[in-house]
Structures are given as C-alpha cells and as structure tokens.
Design a protein. Structure first.
Length: 108
C-alpha cells in the first residue's frame, strides 16, 4: 500500500478523458491558490513522511491539498496541470515541480 493510500484511504485514481475548457482568469485564480497553499501542503507532506519530490497523480495531489485546508475542484486542478504542461491523467508531477511552474505561470 502506498503512502498516499495510507493517508487518504483512496486507492483508485480519477480518470477523465476530456477536460472542459477553463477560462484564463479561473486558471490564474487556481494558480494563486496553489502557490499560497504551498506552506500548508508542505506541512501535510512532512507530517505523513512524504517528500515534495514524490511524483503523484492529480487525485493524490487533491487529497493532500484537502488535508492542508485547500478545497478545489478536481477539474480545475487537472486543467491547471494541463496548462502547465504536466500529464493530467495518471502520475503527473511532484509538488516541488508544480510549485515551481505555478510561480513561473503567475510571475512570468
């Protein structure tokens, strides 16, 4: 059982074949929310003995974000991953990579 499965109790992944279009403004808001929550996400990962560099799926990321107090729709997260050039189905990226690309997305 993976570390993710132990902390979340979820073993399946969210699979979507088509993502709806999300406006640029909404993606900017999502990016800001993710970047602001980076400290809380890091604390949750450390609490569960996980690394920022562990590659996770969007469902795993969503679970960690919820545990850190950040509530976001899975469609918005997957759209953000797609916008940043990550795989949005299956293993996507690490939180470290996500935070770096979100910072670049926001600040250029």
């Amino acid at each position: 059982m993976s570390a993710y499965s132990r902390i979340s109790g979820v073993s399946g992944a969210s699979r979507m074949t088509n993502l709806p279009e999300v406006s640029r403004m909404k993606l900017q808001i999502v990016a800001n929310d993710i970047y602001k929550a980076r400290t809380a996400v890091t604390e949750v990962l450390q609490k569960h003995k996980m690394s920022l560099r562990n590659t996770m799926s969007s469902s795993e990321m969503m679970s960690v974000m919820r545990k850190s107090g950040m509530h976001m729709d899975i469609v918005n997260l997957k759209s953000m991953l797609r916008e940043l050039g990550f795989n949005w189905n299956g293993p996507s990226c690490s939180f470290y990579d996500l935070f770096q690309r979100v910072k670049t997305y926001i600040y250029g």
